[in-house]
Design a protein around this ligand. Structure first.
Ligand SMILES: *Cc1c(COP(=O)(O)O)cnc(C)c1O
Length: 401
């Protein structure tokens, strides 16, 4: 979670630019704003970082995924293949779009697999919402083959993988539209915020209007603008955009530091019997926000977590039991507990969410323990952590006499 490690003079300066004018709104007010447009600059910085033709900033990563879906033409009644291991916002965005989530299996990349997607396809499948988990990336050659073979729309939730790439193409830009999160825990933070990216002009224009009550943002008289499509308010404020702008500039250096630390950890822990790593399809494209360890089985992973806790080693996530990252804990979804009826309750769920056939997800997530990597660590701190992890792993993997 490096973004939050950095908050300094540069962030304060950009916020101050906005405070000097008092124009906290991203549009209009040309006479008062002294040419300060932080949301626009934020978008340009993200587009430059990942090589996107278009970037559109919104209020959160969750609303960025929703905008990405809507802009890709995904809506009411469409079946959308999603992973059972993701931050739950992916699934919520599909539901809020009126679409129907179909859970497919993952593999040791900890992302949806091409095989998993292929098995979940029905005649009603319209899209795949692929999630790049824990700073890494999905196996894109295999995924693109199944997407193209079945003529599916690809939308990427790269909320956890901004700056990660596969064979030189950044996550978020493989499909029609993509989304990044700038919440407080991501590689770059705006406090709250998100960015939708695309190389498709129409999709960009739809996202731009959809996220602001349909406004086409042409001209300088807001009340008289045309509204090409229906929308809602998912705007970002200038204050949040000011922080996101600076943090995006920090990402290349954060990724460099993260990778140095992750390589050091992997070279030490790779020697420990019983410890392996989630597969990284392109190691050169890792954003390395997490070290993703795999233990031999779920039981051993449980013992490993207990040993870490007993030794007071923090900074890791055991997603298998996490309430917000794995389907085993999503009873509110399985029981369709809603504040008010969602479209899926009228269309009918496309799967029995209580009885999903996702054996790899159960096995892989059960074995997975992810350590958040801090960009500001010293190599001594990394070495100390490696030692602590090794000690816990050796105790957990000891066969009982
Ligand atoms: C963080 C995250 C989101 C949601 O982002 P917010 O900015 O917190 O709304 C969506 N998808 C994934 C995969 C995430 O990790």
């Amino acid at each position: 979670m490096p973004g939050m490690e950095f908050f300094g003079a540069a962030e304060r300066k950009e916020i101050n630019d906005v405070l000097e004018t008092g124009i906290l709104f991203r549009y209009n007010h040309e006479a008062q704003r002294n040419n300060i447009y932080k949301a626009r600059e934020f978008e340009a910085e993200v587009a430059k970082l990942v090589g996107a033709q278009y970037a559109h900033a919104v209020s959160s990563g969750s609303t960025a995924v929703l905008c990405a879906l809507a802009a890709a033409g995904i809506g009411a009644g469409d079946e959308v293949i999603v992973p059972p291991f993701t931050y739950i916002a992916t699934v919520e965005a599909v539901l809020m779009a009126g679409a129907l989530p179909v859970f497919a299996d993952i593999d040791d990349t900890i992302c949806l697999s091409a095989d998993g997607i292929r098995k979940a396809i029905t005649p009603k499948t319209k899209a795949v919402c692929l999630v790049h988990m824990c700073g890494q990336m999905a196996d894109m050659d295999a995924i693109m083959a199944v997407i193209n073979e079945h003529n599916l729309v690809l939308v990427e939730d790269a909320g956890q993988a901004m700056g990660a790439s596969y064979k030189g193409v950044y996550t978020g830009l493989w499909g029609k539209t993509g989304a990044y999160s700038f919440d407080f825990f991501k590689i770059a933070t705006a406090g709250e915020g998100g960015i939708m990216v695309t190389n498709d002009e129409t999709a960009y224009k739809h996202a731009d209007s959809y996220s602001d009550h349909g406004h086409d943002h042409i001209g300088s008289n807001r009340g008289m603008e045309q509204h090409p499509v229906m929308g809602f308010n998912y705007r970002i404020s200038e204050l949040h955009a000011a922080v996101g702008l600076v943090q995006t500039r920090r990402v290349p250096e954060i990724i460099q530091n993260n990778n140095r630390h992750k390589k050091q950890l992997m070279s030490t822990l790779g020697q420990v019997p019983g410890v392996s790593f989630a597969r990284i399809p392109d190691a050169n494209g890792d954003s390395a926000t997490f070290l993703n360890l795999l233990l031999p089985d779920t039981e051993t992973a449980g013992r490993f977590v207990a040993e870490l806790n007993a030794a007071g080693v923090g900074g890791f996530n055991y997603w298998f039991t996490n309430m917000y990252h794995f389907i085993n804990q999503w009873n509110h979804l399985k029981d369709m507990k809603t504040a008010a009826a969602l479209p899926i309750e009228k269309f009918g769920a496309p799967q029995d969410y209580h009885n999903l056939d996702i054996p790899n997800a159960q096995a892989v997530v059960g074995r997975l323990v992810s350590f958040g990597i801090r960009a500001t660590w010293t190599s001594e701190e990394v070495a100390a952590l490696a030692k602590n992890i090794e000690a816990a792993a050796r105790k957990a993997t000891l066969v009982e006499a």
